[in-house]
Design a protein around this ligand. Structure first.
Ligand code: HEC
Length: 315
């Protein structure tokens, strides 16, 4: 039977996020990603993750593409308004470029580790309003398990990623270098580079912030302002994730420092000389990193402090 008119897309990821955003502000445990980890798996999920399996290409332009993709992959803003509001990024589902067996996302997940993201993309025939969650694939799976071929000569991968961003999540059209970067990043995730589990710590988030800022500086030098703005938004969201871990009494000076660093990045958007602002920001960053590291043990980066503050209802 043929279908006439638009197929109701009631259960796209974007519309489900509207539902979730309504509950996202309830005062609670500060680490937002705890909200979409399965009960009993939260402590584990906030302290460890599978290794990234990244093989960096050798050429300068290729490295910049991977750096852009790596940062955009972790930036909720990429996926548009509602996702940005609840803090959902590619990396929420594909943690560190892998899968996420513990994801339990209200409205999007069925069993833990599943999500419904390709419903309206992949299934032109459905319109029955049912949620159809699929296991979140490990992007470092062996090539024969890839659903979307990684071949750089083919457009399948960037087309798939664009569909996720623009159609599934109703995000804004990504700048060309961001889309190419995401595809380059996904292609650089290879099973042969996998190495067990790694700790989630302040160092990895500080490095992530600096890498996004460095890639933004490069994009600005290449006069690609749109890409630079995505990268600056990525750096800011990482600062936000660091801030969540410092939301404890006694750590106010660390949070004030993070706010200053964030405000400076925010002002780059309206600056007459954004390249200069970013260069200056990067010069100040190492001292700020050192300052933040001094309090890491007293923050929610510490496994001990984290377990003291995790509400029993969450774990
Ligand atoms: C809400 C969770 C979620 C988010 C957010 C998400 N994905 Fe996925 N991703 C999935 C699921 C589930 C599948 C499997 C879909 C299927 O089998 O139909 C998938 C499939 C994929 C695949 C194909 C798998 C393969 O190995 O060939 C790629 C590539 C991918 N996602 C990349 C991304 C990128 C890039 C982003 C961000 C723009 C992203 N995903 C955001 C859950 C998510």
């Amino acid at each position: 039977m043929g279908r006439e008119g638009p197929i109701p897309r009631l259960v796209t990821a974007a519309s489900l996020l509207v539902f979730l955003a309504g509950t996202a502000d309830s005062p609670a445990f500060p680490i937002s990603s705890a909200r979409w980890l399965a009960p009993g798996r939260i402590q584990q999920g906030l302290t460890t993750q599978l290794s990234e399996c990244l093989v960096l290409p050798s050429g300068k332009a290729e490295r910049q593409a991977v750096a852009i993709g790596r940062a955009a992959f972790r930036a909720p803003l990429l996926l548009g308004g509602q996702a940005a509001r609840v803090g959902l990024s590619c990396a929420s589902c594909h943690r560190n470029g892998r899968g996420n067996p513990d994801l339990l996302f209200p409205g999007l997940s069925g069993a833990p580790g599943t999500a419904d993201v390709t419903s309206s993309l992949m299934s032109k025939h459905r319109g029955d309003g049912t949620v159809n969650p699929k296991p979140i694939p490990d992007l470092a799976a062996r090539p024969s398990a890839h659903r979307v071929p990684r071949d750089p000569q083919k457009v399948a991968l960037p087309r798939f990623i664009r569909g996720l961003i623009v159609e599934e999540f109703d995000g804004p059209e990504p700048p060309p270098a961001v889309l190419a970067g995401l595809a380059a990043y996904v292609r650089a995730i290879r099973p042969e580079a996998c190495a067990g589990e790694e700790a989630i710590n302040l160092d990895s988030m500080l490095a992530e912030t600096e890498q996004a800022a460095a890639a933004a500086a490069t994009s600005l030098a290449q006069r690609d302002r749109e890409t630079a703005l995505v990268l600056i938004a990525a750096a800011r969201s990482t600062l936000g994730r660091i801030d969540e871990r410092f939301r404890l009494p006694g750590l106010e000076p660390s949070r004030a420092l993070l706010r200053t660093a964030d405000r400076e990045l925010q002002s780059v958007r309206s600056s007459a000389d954004p390249g200069r602002n970013i260069r200056q920001w990067r010069r100040l960053w190492p001292a700020r990193e050192a300052q933040l590291r001094r309090y890491e043990k007293r923050s929610l980066f510490s496994t001990r402090i984290l377990s003291q503050h995790l509400p029993p209802s969450l774990n």
